[in-house]
Structures are given as C-alpha cells and as structure tokens.
Design a protein around this ligand. Structure first.
Ligand SMILES: Cc1cc2nc3c(=O)[nH]c(=O)nc-3n(C[C@H](O)[C@H](O)[C@H](O)COP(=O)(O)OP(=O)(O)OC[C@H]3O[C@@H](n4cnc5c(N)ncnc54)[C@H](O)[C@@H]3O)c2cc1C
Length: 323
C-alpha cells in the first residue's frame, strides 16, 4: 500500500495519478476542508494545462486572473514592466478538492504499517521525513485584500536577497504579501492595507535533494524543496515532482530501486534550483559578481520565464547601466 501523507497540491495530484495507474493508495491530511492555505496562487497557465491534461482536468476552469503585464522593482532598480508569458492566479483550493474527489482519504495524520511505502507530501513541515540539516526557511505573511497598489502582477525585491513583496490579482481582490528575513520588512510592506484575511507560514527556499528519503519514506513537493529559491514558485514544481514520482513507482522493482531512480531524476530535473540557491546565498553574502554566479544568472532568467514572466534582461541592464 502507498500512503500519501499530505494533500496539498503535490499529494492530491499524486493520489489521483496513483489511482489512475492502478496502485493501491490512501491519502491523509488533518487540514480541515476549505482551510485557506497561504499561497499567492500564481502559476503559469501554459504549464498547468499540460500537467492537468494527465488527470483529465481543464486548467482554464481554475483561472482567477490572467496576467497581461508584470511589474518588477528592486532597491537598485526602478519599476520595470514585462509582458506576461502565461502568469495567472488559480483557485488552488478548488483544484486540490477536485483532485481528491472520489479518492480514498481521511482527514487525519497518516496511518501506516511496516510494509507500506509512505510519501511525505507534508510541505514545509517534513512531518515524516524529519527535520532537515541546514534547511533554509523564510517567514511569509499574506493578506487577502480588496485593493492593491497595482492592477496586475507586481513584485518588489528587497535588498541583497532578503525577500520580496508581491501583489497578485484574484477574480475578486488580491493576494498581497511578503516573505523576508525579518518581520519588520514584511510589516512595513503590508502597512496601510486592510486585510480580509491574514495568512502566514514559512516557505522552504532550499532544495533538499540530498535529504529526500528516510527508510521507506519518500518526499515530494515542498518537503524536498521543489520551490524556486528566487521566485518562491512551488505550484508547478510540486506537481512535476509528484509526476516524476509516479513514473518512478511504475518502473522501480522495490523501494531501494525507487530511491535511486527518483533521486536522480529529481536532481536532474531541478538542477537549476541548486544553482539558484547558490545565487541567492551569494546575493545575501554580497558576493554576486563571480563567474559561477554570472552563469547561474542565466538560470534566473529561465526561472522567471517558467513562472510566466517574459523577463527581458536588456531592459534591466539598460536601466542599471544607462548608456
Ligand atoms: C505565502 C506563500 C505564497 C506562495 N505563493 C506561491 C505562488 O504564488 N505560486 C507558486 O507557485 N507557489 C507559491 N508558494 C509555494 C507553494 O505554495 C508551495 O511550494 C506548494 O504549494 C507546495 O505544495 P505541497 O503539496 O508540496 O505542500 P503543501 O501545499 O504545503 O501541502 C502540505 C500538506 O500537508 C499537510 N500535512 C502537514 N502535516 C501533516 C501530517 N502529519 N500528516 C498528513 N498531512 C500533513 C498539510 O495540512 C498540507 O495540506 C507560496 C508559498 C507561500 C508560503
């Protein structure tokens, strides 16, 4: 039996895919139905369409707001406007609900026996895998508000990789939030907004691809750090990691073979995140201008594009070095 612990997006998607593939699987999550999980709900509609096709769901049914323009600013950078390359917000709660509809699951912590393979999809808590060594978590706070400073997607980066502030439009209202080293920067960014809801949790910004397993427990999604270290994007990456896991479960003869196969594919698929985490660390240490990081900057452009933002580097260079 495969026990899926955690029914966020990675676990919900996994449970559905395992059922479709004929595996005996059961899901567990103590979270109360419709609990509003802190997340900006921003994703790339083009990528989501491809992924949800495999579970016969139409990504467009979940779209809240389709972005046209994205503004990005920073401490040394004035506000620049980029075109959307598919960025949108989705109703993530409804998607999770639809994925597990008709599946076998319980609203409680996972129950399992010695012969079971347990998938830890518990996100930031890594409840079953256990605490990670040298983890990197950032504190976040998000409001659901009626108004924001911008009508479309907006990011404002804080100095030296210490976090960012965001405004993401929904069908009605906005997600306005910030993630940073200290609560002061967060509270300053959110000052003046009247929240309809206040949400808060930590986000994992470090890939933990060397800490994905613990005996018969296998991690997927944010529990193993499939989150972009520079944009905090975790929706598509968590779905991708779950899909890789399904394919490996189909191929592997036993848990040990599964670990080798799945570990390699995750490291290959998310190799850029390791480079981006180096970039983040270098920025935080004020050592950005090394050859290795100039190479890693290419990953950053690709990462923004993957999130759905057509990041034109020349626009940034022209504003930073006026010629
Ligand atoms: C404030 C904020 C904003 C974000 N905005 C974006 C965004 O706009 N776009 C984007 O792509 N990503 C965003 N992310 C990241 C993204 O939300 C996550 O990386 C992604 O949703 C992770 O999915 P997951 O399924 O791995 O984990 P989660 O969605 O965290 O799900 C984990 C589940 O495990 C359950 N659980 C916990 N303990 C147990 C237990 N003992 N037994 C069983 N179940 C348990 C929890 O109840 C939860 O439902 C944001 C994150 C934060 C914090």
């Amino acid at each position: 039996m495969i026990v899926v612990a955690g029914l966020g997006l990675s676990g919900s998607y996994l449970l559905k895919r395992l059922d479709d593939e004929g595996f005996e699987a059961r899901g567990f999550d103590p979270r109360i139905q419709d609990f509003y999980v802190p997340c900006g709900y921003a994703t790339n509609i083009r990528k989501l369409r491809d992924i949800l096709r495999s579970v016969n769901l139409n990504a467009d049914d979940y779209v809240e707001h389709e972005g046209k323009e994205v503004t990005i600013s920073g401490p040394d950078m004035p506000e620049l406007t980029f075109s959307s390359a598919g960025i949108c917000t989705i109703d993530k709660n409804r998607l999770e609900k639809d994925l597990i509809s008709g599946q076998g699951y319980e609203r409680t912590r996972a129950k399992f026996g010695p012969g079971d393979t347990v998938i830890d999809a518990t996100g930031v808590s890594r409840y079953y895998l256990g605490k990670a060594e040298n983890d990197f978590l950032m504190y976040t706070k998000e409001y659901v508000t009626a108004k924001a400073g911008h009508s479309d997607f907006h990011f404002r980066y804080f100095s030296r990789g210490t976090g960012y502030y965001w405004e993401f439009p929904l069908k009605k209202g906005f997600h306005v939030g910030a993630g940073a080293d200290g609560v002061e920067a967060i509270n300053q960014s959110l000052a003046g907004f009247v929240p309809e809801r206040v949400l808060s949790r930590k986000i994992r910004l470090k890939p933990l691809f060397d800490q994905m397993f613990n005996r018969n427990i296998i991690g997927t999604g944010e529990s193993i750090g499939t989150v972009s270290p520079i944009t905090g994007e975790g929706i598509i990456p968590s779905l991708v990691s779950a899909e890789i896991l399904v394919r490996c479960l189909k191929e592997a003869a036993d848990v040990e073979e599964l670990k080798v196969l799945y570990g390699k594919r995750i490291r290959d698929r998310f190799a850029a995140y390791t480079g981006l985490f180096d970039l983040l660390t270098a920025s935080r240490n004020g050592k950005l201008l090394t050859l290795r990081n100039i190479r890693n900057a290419r990953y950053a452009k690709a990462d923004f594009e993957g999130f759905g933002i057509d990041l034109k580097i020349w626009k940034i260079i022209r504003r930073l070095i006026p010629i």
